[in-house]
Design a protein around this ligand. Structure first.
Ligand code: 5GP
Ligand code: ZN
Length: 141
């Protein structure tokens, strides 16, 4: 795609710190380095977000995640955990519209990454939970 920053990185029109490359994917350091080793894994083919994947390409990209995760663990033995994040659409913090998976190594509670999972368990009855599950299940194709 002509005006996509990550397509330009894949095509070497914009420089990047490459971590891994094969025929389907490219992995490189995120410029912001939320934590040391923060890596982005992207399909070489332009895919806007998770809703845009063919199953085969989804398989190819997700199959590479453990490969990069293990490389990070080996590279940084002081790493204590790894967050894997995939933002989709602006509200969900996607800022580059070429799908990418963040791999963010974790070094301690005071490193520069945080995430909040609310707990709204009290807001839904068992009946409502069942309705929600069925509503989604009907749409799985
Ligand atoms: P998003 O916010 O869409 O989930 O993540 C986009 C990421 O791309 C951000 O973390 C941002 O730092 C990174 N990014 C944006 N432009 C560039 C760039 O030109 N080079 C690199 N290496 N990372 C970039
Ligand atoms: Zn692109």
């Amino acid at each position: 795609m002509t005006d996509c920053i990550f397509c330009k990185i894949v095509d070497q029109e914009i420089p990047s710190y490459k971590v891994y490359e094969d025929d389907q994917v490219y992995a490189f350091l995120d410029i912001t380095q939320v934590t040391k080793g923060h890596t982005l894994l992207i399909p070489k083919k332009h895919v806007t977000d998770i809703f845009d994947y063919e199953p085969e390409l989804a398989g190819e990209i997700f199959a590479r995640v453990p490969k990069i995760a293990r490389a990070l663990e080996q590279a940084f033995p002081e790493m204590q955990g790894l967050n894997i994040i995939n933002n989709n659409k602006e509200l969900a913090y996607q800022s580059v519209f070429h799908s990418h998976i963040h791999l963010i190594p974790r070094y301690g509670k005071s490193d520069d990454f945080s995430i909040h999972f609310g707990n709204n368990q009290e807001a839904y009855s068992p009946v409502e939970m069942q309705e929600i599950a069925e509503k989604i299940m009907k749409q799985v194709k």
